[in-house]
Design a protein around this ligand. Structure first.
Ligand SMILES: C[S@@+](CC[C@H](N)C(=O)[O-])C[C@H]1O[C@@H](n2cnc3c(N)ncnc32)[C@H](O)[C@@H]1O
Length: 233
């Protein structure tokens, strides 16, 4: 059995999970997050789903070893559509690419319902996921930056509906009112994003390709880093 201590990346979900929620963890793998929520008494039971047998077996074993086997339901399925009849109120989708997370949401129309909360942690293409959520009628009701294992992560909390008015360039740089205790993590996250864009810019420049998209994003991120007081932008 792997250790079941969740790191800061997974713990970033905790403040968004509502007490007593009917919780689902899609792409659960080791199930560290739902095991933590169950142990802490934040939820009564959880649905754990994964597209692959191996990760689901790992989730089953970790839940059993934590004495929680009777409080989890395991579902082998692609995405979230098969969970439509589980009356889920709060759903985490962590550790997948932003495009895949957006696709999973789009393929599960029950998630576009009042009262269902999504807690999302994309590993890549975060801006794609943000843009998808905003154009699909979701409100971003929370956002958190964390550092875990030397890497930086962005976690989003979204609910369908509401008249959400995103700030300019939200998809790339998030809201302007980042709490003080998260500013270092946000700077780290933006710098990592900037490095990726600069590498892409180099590649396109060498290949004589149009890099106006990268240049625009680099400008947006550099301005935000400068606003946040980052050194050596
Ligand atoms: C990198 S792990 C992340 C595990 C955990 N959520 C975390 O953040 O630590 C990604 C997991 O998502 C699962 N997965 C990938 N595509 C999926 C899909 N379309 N539907 C459900 N699970 C999926 C994989 O099998 C794998 O267990």
């Amino acid at each position: 059995m792997k250790t079941s201590a969740p790191g800061q990346r997974l713990l970033s979900a905790v403040k968004y999970v509502r007490q007593g929620a009917r919780f689902a963890d899609v792409g659960t793998d080791h199930a560290y997050l739902p095991i933590y929520l169950l142990k802490e008494g934040l939820i009564e039971s959880a649905v754990l789903s994964d597209i692959n047998e191996g990760p689901l077996a790992s989730a089953r074993e970790n839940a059993r070893a934590s004495g929680l086997a009777d409080r989890v339901e395991l579902v082998l399925c692609d995405g979230a559509a098969a969970l439509a009849d589980k009356r889920i109120t709060d759903m985490a989708i962590f550790g997948m690419g932003g495009e895949l997370i957006a696709q999973i949401i789009e393929n599960a129309p029950f998630l576009k319902t009042d009262g269902v909360r999504l807690i999302l942690q994309p590993m890549s293409k975060q801006e794609h996921l943000c843009e998808y959520l905003l154009k699909s009628g979701f409100s971003i009701i929370g956002e958190t930056y964390t550092k875990d294992g030397g890497k930086f992560y962005r976690t989003l909390c979204a609910e369908y509906g509401g008249a959400y008015d995103a700030e300019e360039n939200f998809a790339y740089i998030g809201p302007s009112d980042t709490p003080c205790e998260e500013i270092d993590a946000k700077i780290g996250y933006l710098k990592a994003h900037l490095s990726g864009l600069l590498r892409a810019l180099d590649g396109k420049t060498l290949a004589n390709l149009d890099a106006s998209d990268e240049l625009e994003k680099i400008d947006i991120i550099k301005k935000e880093l400068s606003r946040l007081g980052a050194r050596s932008v």
